[in-house]
Design a protein around this ligand. Structure first.
Ligand code: ADP
Length: 387
């Protein structure tokens, strides 16, 4: 039996999972995370049942991520050979609408999309590039966060800019596609009818919403970059484009200062002045923290309506991501703002559950982007290796 590594590399943390490559589907062996924050430099690996195998320092700061992962994971494979690595790649741009085998040329092409996801694209490409030189025989697959939204209709794909910009790739793409794909797969597995109109709220450090009908993305809140839509931990979400012009033309901010503000200093952190972490804000009695959480919930409820409008209604509302999965407070607040739509949820159990009277089926589904990465990687590497 062989093993597959699914790598979900972000700017400040890395999640990964290792699967046995069974012919029918990947089967989880190990799951882990690496926190790259200087003050919390941890490397954690757990077995498939969630029992810790190791929890220690991330190791030599000079060592690159790919080397560290191989050194720590391969001794745990019990004779299985690492056959392939799948990567979450945040931006696929106009050219990549499905997962693909990676080579040096593909990496160079994806690198050119860095300005469209400056926090994420370099972080997820770096281990792929490094593995290509360390282990040229190892097959690698790029799985795109944008690909799930490949079928957006022109009215949801275009900005209202002169048409020639769409041809230049300046259009709405959408992100968090691997998470949305997992939720849809999970719902299918549990027998939910695919023709039901589903709104998925992925609420983590990054947040976006998606309208899904018959398994396809119909509309989504993020667009060209992972900045658009609802506010997030440190990212602003949508702001008046005129405000950005004003800041540069009248307040003397440079483009990179505006970029830094929008990606790193805005959202929950910017509004609260306290933290980007929802747990910290919910535990705080600070007035600005409460107001930031209030605004977060209000804008999510608002965008749920926007998503529902693209499907002429909503039958199912799913919460996922670190906040969506774990915070009954946030789910209750968002659902209460949608009571006029017939959303009624009983969140006493720690999982959103609609009441019998609810017109919308409200669910909490823990996401698993790594499973989708592994499944795509298995699909693309199952056949014989090309000569
Ligand atoms: P990422 O987008 O980086 O994958 P996560 O999906 O792990 O991030 O989400 C991180 C967010 O989830 C943080 O804001 C964190 O505070 C929040 N979170 C995690 N657990 C809870 C909880 N029990 N209550 C409220 N928020 C939580």
């Amino acid at each position: 039996m062989q093993a597959i590594l699914a790598l979900n590399a972000g700017s400040s943390s890395v999640k990964f999972a290792v699967y046995e490559a069974r012919p029918s589907a990947p089967v989880l062996l190990l799951r882990g995370a690496l926190d790259l924050h200087a003050d919390n430099n941890r490397f954690v690996i757990k077995d498939a049942g969630g029992q810790p195998i190791r929890d220690d320092k991330a190791g030599d700061p000079e060592s690159d991520l790919a080397t560290t992962l191989l050194e720590r994971i391969e001794p745990l494979l019990e004779g299985r050979k690492l056959e392939a690595v799948g990567h979450r790649i945040v931006h696929g741009g106009p050219d990549f609408a499905a997962s693909i085998l990676i080579d040096a040329q593909i990496i160079a092409q994806l690198d050119r999309l860095t300005p469209l996801a400056p926090l994420h694209q370099p972080a997820c490409l770096e281990p792929a590039r490094r593995l290509l030189s360390l282990r040229p025989q190892l097959r690698q697959v790029a799985c795109f966060d944008t690909a799930f939204h490949r079928d957006l209709a022109p009215i949801y794909r275009r900005f209202a800019l002169p048409l020639e910009f769409e041809a230049k790739g300046v259009r709405r793409y959408g992100f968090h596609g691997l998470s949305f794909e997992y939720v849809v797969w999970h719902c299918n597995q549990s027998g939910l009818r695919p023709d039901l109109r589903m709104v998925i709220a992925h609420l983590g450090n990054g947040c976006s919403l998606c309208a899904v009908h018959n398994g396809k993305s119909v509309n989504t809140t993020m667009s060209l970059t992972p900045l658009d839509g609802v506010m997030m931990g440190t990212r602003s979400g949508a702001v008046d484009p005129g405000a950005l012009l004003y800041l540069q033309q009248s307040e003397g901010m440079s483009a990179s200062e505006v970029e830094d503000m929008l990606y790193h200093k805005s959202g929950l952190l910017g509004l609260s002045g306290l933290s980007a972490d929802m747990r910290t804000l919910l535990a705080s009695a600070d007035r600005r923290a409460r107001s930031a959480v209030d605004q977060f919930c209000a804008r999510i409820a608002e965008q749920i309506c926007v998503m529902a409008t693209a499907m002429n209604g909503m039958d199912v509302l799913v919460f996922t991501g670190g906040i969506g999965e774990n915070s009954a407070d946030i789910r209750r607040d968002v659902c209460a703002r949608l009571a006029w739509l017939g959303v009624s949820s009983d969140d006493q159990t720690g999982h959103a559950r609609s009441t019998p009277a609810s017109r919308v089926d409200v669910r909490t589904i823990p996401t698993d982007e790594e499973y989708i990465i592994a499944a795509h990687t298995l699909d693309l590497t199952r056949g014989p290796r090309e000569a």
